[in-house]
Design a protein around this ligand. Structure first.
Ligand code: ATP
Ligand code: MG
Length: 440
């Protein structure tokens, strides 16, 4: 019998797993600089959290959710996105009673039953933020600026931002009518999904990925002609902050985003792949006016974004921005001679080294050359070599795998000696006599 992962789901391991960890750590640290704190919602919610009656007409909610009945016959859904679950959490925990705005970041897997393809999986990871409880163009702008800067911190240079305004409920109501009128004369030529969309929410047609439908959508009425005065003012105010911060953006009048809860400003960020791959957007977000209330909370707005971590990792690779780790392990211990006593002493030494804060692994004996090869394969920085002679003298030989330089250290001063081996990483001196051993 052979087993494979569920279609569209992937095992992540080795350097991809390290890269993903590095990316998410950087994003989390950067979010903290914007005063965001972590929020960890459950992976599953009751289905209503996402569908809210018939409140959502988006493909994500109607077609792409992993929904099933639990053993208590309750309909539950693996989160297709974080915003609804996080806002449910804000309401369940009455966090809105705290100082507003609330600023939370999140990170973890999301699930969508989509057709798997490049950059599109059925389980993927998102990093994102939600700023809840204050209604201001300044916070809308801050959110966009933060998303752009996060991508710059990761090393991307040419990020392109697309923005649009969906206006307030009044603006959208008038706009939906205009779209309905426009698209009804093209219905014969449009995809089946759009036939449903025109009645459910004609705005969704603008998000259709079918090429011919996109062509038709180009000629559709534009939201800007239907924006209320307040929405228009808000849009241009947000843009003025982007101009002040010299953020490059492009107004995309057909940008509507994939979920219905958005209102006012929406945005998407794309990064060009130098390898010519098209993964779609790396980041999407926007303002949402009614979601907190829809989920049973007070009438508070929010703004946020979500990034696709896998797409970021692929783009880093395509654009030559993936940093090769110089080494993956500080020490690889090699007990020489093979007798049990040496192996046991080396095991004890390795544990001490780990407790001193270094990463370490060991061979359980074997030929010197094969142990050394193993150290190289494990990408260790140093081989920590100990045999009977060394143990008797209370010393060990440390060999730098890259430079092949070797020094002998005093095991009675293990802490100090190991510190010195890594001092050069920080000291960056050119002095050949420096105590730091120059990474020997
Ligand atoms: P797309 O237009 O590419 O389908 P979306 O609008 O459905 O994206 P969002 O709901 O805004 O995506 O999710 C935020 C980000 O999550 C996207 O910009 C993308 O980077 C990532 N993402 C979305 N769906 C997937 C998926 N199936 N696999 C991998 N990453 C995804
Ligand atoms: Mg999508």
């Amino acid at each position: 019998m052979s087993f494979s992962p569920v279609k569209g789901m992937h095992d992540i391991y080795g350097e991809d797993a390290s890269e993903m960890e590095e990316v998410t750590n950087l994003l989390k640290e950067f979010a903290k600089m914007y005063a965001y704190k972590e929020f960890i919602p459950p992976i599953m919610e009751y289905t209503d959290v996402f569908s809210r009656g018939t409140g959502e007409s988006s493909d994500i909610v109607r077609k792409e959710m992993y929904t099933f009945l639990d053993k208590g016959n309750r309909s539950v859904t693996l989160r297709p996105e974080f915003t609804a679950g996080l806002i449910r959490g804000v309401v369940s925990n009455k966090l809105y009673a705290e100082d507003l705005p609330l600023k939370y970041f999140y990170c973890g897997p999301a699930f969508r039953y989509e057709r798997p393809q490049l950059g599109r999986y059925r389980q993927f990871n998102q990093f994102g933020v939600e700023c809840v409880g204050a209604d201001s163009p300044l916070l809308d702008a801050e959110t966009i600026i933060m998303a752009v800067q996060s991508l710059c911190v990761l090393g991307f240079e040419n990020v392109s931002v697309k923005i649009n305004s969906l206006g307030d409920e009044e603006s959208r109501k008038a706009y939906r009518e205009a779209l309905k009128k426009y698209f009804s004369s093209y219905m014969d030529e449009m995809c089946e999904d759009c036939h449903e969309r025109i009645n459910l929410n004609p705005l969704r047609i603008l998000d259709c990925k079918v090429e011919h439908d996109q062509e038709i959508a180009k000629g559709a009425p534009k939201i800007k002609d239907y924006l209320s005065e307040a929405s228009e003012k808000r849009f241009y105010k947000t843009i003025s902050y982007l101009n002040d911060m010299e953020i490059d953006y492009e107004i995309d009048e057909n940008l509507v985003r994939g979920l219905d809860y958005y209102s006012e400003i929406v945005f998407e960020i794309h990064v060009k792949s130098q390898a010519g791959n098209d993964y779609g957007a790396v980041c999407g977000g926007g303002h949402y006016g009614g979601l907190v209330k829809e989920l049973g909370g007070p009438d508070l707005p929010g703004v946020g974004f979500a990034m696709g971590v896998e797409r970021i990792v692929s783009l880093l690779k395509d654009n030559g921005l993936r940093k090769e780790q110089p080494y993956l392990l500080d020490f690889f211990f090699m007990p020489v001679g093979g007798d049990e006593e040496v192996i046991n002493s080396v095991f004890y030494l390795m544990q001490t080294t780990r407790l001193l804060g270094y990463s370490a692994d060991m061979a359980e004996g074997g030929k010197f050359s094969s142990m050394f090869k193993k150290a190289e394969r494990k990408k260790a920085k140093f081989a920590f070599i100990v045999g009977t002679d060394e143990l008797e003298k209370g010393v060990a030989n440390i060999k730098n795998i890259e430079t092949q330089e070797q020094i002998t250290i005093d095991l009675n001063k293990l802490d100090e000696e190991l510190d010195k081996l890594f001092e050069h990483d920080e000291c960056e001196c050119d002095d050949e006599n420096c105590e730091c051993h120059h990474g020997a």
